[in-house]
Design a protein around this ligand. Structure first.
Ligand code: GUN
Ligand code: FE
Length: 426
């Protein structure tokens, strides 16, 4: 048994009542055992968190760890040119080692900025080595190899045979799904409708049901992408995915910038999960997604940074701030307040991955996935009565993250925590 007792913190629970407590949080093994005042348990590590804030670890529902090494590529291209000219050739050039280091670099950045769970889309080849990095790092992840069995412009190393793509995905699933007591899960990743045959998508639908795993794809990100799909299939992305039977509660759809009414209705009725990527949507000139109206219709919306070259970093603080501010010029200053955005970054992400009973909030019995922030250093002065969630969304940065804990294990310590003499608290 291992245990950590964190004392005297402000604890932002994001439980159903969204309560904020001042007190202690006690971790035993991989779970939160107790939250309360003046807890006096024996613990392997006792941490004085006076003046600090504990938050649920962020959950990013759309990431490409394999693209971390390509940061800064194609800063001035839109989606399809960017994929063809830069990203696909670069993904094709990956080898086992570069995939591993790309994933490790991305995970380091994620953990340093308080993200404890990611939904990760890899590339066609060498995904095994990204799983290796995920496994070693301690981050929680739902990951899978990308699937793309269509498209003349796809470079040869990425062009897949349909059955081989499916077989390789199932082999990885059988090896990695539920690895390390469920910390690692498999998710099927057909890249987007443009690069997948109906045969492939139909198999993914059946396999996702058979194994009860998520399907993670891109949809309705960019006007030209939508045009391509409409020209070839006579339908919009989400309508097509629904016609195949893929639009269900296990589907995570990245972007959804340009949804029409019919697509919105499908997303709502089928319980599809939308992953909003505001930084990427701006940088690739894709557009500003209509998130307030999706939230109005009670759709599931969470956040993701996408790949490093779409955004330049994988930091959830940036995504939260962008998500909040880009709606303001269009819908007014209260369009998406800080609490709404913070909810999307935490419990919203947990719902997207179907783990809201396990992660996304700080409650006894849940997995101990959390970050300890010090909001009183550097640029953020003692609160002056300002709401902490507002401070986190609008002004915190990754430099304010001191410690990140996943599954009850300290996976990142940005600064040495002040440790209380055990005798004092017992
Ligand atoms: N659509 C298909 N592939 C990609 C990708 O790698 N990144 C983004 N942002 N959109 C995509
Ligand atoms: Fe993406």
């Amino acid at each position: 048994m291992s245990s950590i007792l964190i004392k005297n913190a402000e604890i932002i629970t994001m439980n159903t009542a969204e309560e904020i407590f001042f007190g202690d949080l006690y971790i035993v093994d991989d779970r939160i055992a107790e939250i309360g005042q003046n807890l006096a348990h024996k613990a392997d590590k006792v941490v004085d968190a006076s003046g600090k804030t504990i938050i649920p670890g962020f959950i990013q529902t759309h990431i490409h760890l394999c693209q971390t090494l390509f940061r800064g590529q194609a800063d001035d291209l839109e989606l399809l040119d960017w994929l063809k000219q830069k990203i696909w050739p670069l993904e094709a050039s990956h080898d086992e080692e570069s995939i591993y280091y790309s994933a490790m670099l991305g995970i380091g950045e994620l953990l340093q900025s308080g993200t404890t769970t990611v939904v990760d889309m890899e590339t066609v080849n060498h995904t095994e080595f990204a799983f290796q990095a995920i496994s070693e790092s301690g981050i929680r992840a739902l990951a899978g190899k990308v699937m793309m069995d269509k498209g003349e412009e796809v470079p040869v190393p990425l062009r897949e045979n349909t059955l081989k793509s499916i077989q390789q995905s199932v082999d990885l699933l059988e090896k990695w799904h539920n690895h390390d007591n469920g910390r690692i899960q498999y998710a099927f990743c057909p890249r987007f409708v443009v690069s997948c045959t109906e045969e492939l998508l139909t198999s993914v639908r059946d396999l996702s049901a058979q194994y009860n795993v998520r399907v993670h794809t891109h949809a309705s990100e960019n006007a030209n992408e939508i045009l391509l799909v409409e020209r070839e299939l006579g339908m919009r992305n989400v309508v097509y995915l629904d016609s195949i039977g893929l639009a269900n509660e296990r589907l995570i759809l990245a972007h959804c910038v340009w949804l029409d009414e019919e697509e919105r209705k499908i997303i709502k009725e089928r319980g599809v999960k939308v992953s909003h990527c505001p930084g990427s949507n701006l940088k690739l000139a894709s557009g500003v997604a209509e998130i307030p109206s999706l939230l109005d219709q009670q759709a599931f919306v969470s956040l993701g940074a996408d790949g490093a070259p779409c955004n330049n970093n994988l930091d959830m603080f940036n995504e939260m701030r962008l998500a909040a501010i880009i709606q303001k010029p269009v819908h007014g200053p209260t369009a998406m307040d800080a609490r709404t955005v913070f909810r999307m970054a935490t419990i919203g992400g947990a719902k997207a991955v179907g783990m809201e009973k396990e992660i996304g909030s700080l409650e006894p019995g849940k997995k101990a996935d959390l970050a300890i922030l010090n909001l009183n250093d550097f640029h953020v002065y003692p609160s002056f009565g300002i709401d902490t969630i507002s401070r986190i969304v609008y002004s915190a940065t990754r430099a304010d993250v001191e410690t990140t804990i996943v599954n009850g294990k300290i996976v990142m310590e940005n600064r040495k925590l002040k440790t209380v003499d055990k005798e004092m608290v017992l």
